[in-house]
Design a binder for this molecule. Sequence first.
Ligand SMILES: [Zn+2]
Length: 168
Amino acid sequence: MSTFQYCPHCGQKTIRWDNRKWSCNCGFTLYHNVAGAVAVMIRHKNEILFTKRNNDPHKDKLDLAGGFVDPEESAEETCKRELWEELKLEVDLASLRYISSLPNIYLYKGIDYHTLDLFFEYEIPEKPEIIPELSEISETRWIPIQELRLEDLAFDSQKKFLQDYLKI
Ligand SMILES: [Zn+2]
């Protein structure tokens, strides 16, 4: 990744990227570690709630609710925070179930963020009232599993997860 041309410590052009970290002859090292992220499959019977992305990357594509894990946060806390921020949905942690994880790449403003996406299922007995956060989501949509088209999804990790988990 050629984002940095000059070492932010010594100012020389001797900074190198090795796929995990930048390092320089002066001893400067900056790790670009894998980021934790959650994706929640909100499910009511045979329907899944998708959001439509209102921003790049992949604007207008379908996404599962979720987002990046904040510092000092558990993945379950991230699910709770993100579903409240994005949908004004109050999560009952007793119904939230971790399923599996997959690596993903999130390209944002020219920088590749390698993530580890943690997939959760959140099964709800009734369709709740949802108030989408319009700065991030243009709309929400309940889609029956049999009508889901994987090519409409924004992220490869979600396509793979849904394909494996729902056997579609
Ligand atoms: Zn340096």
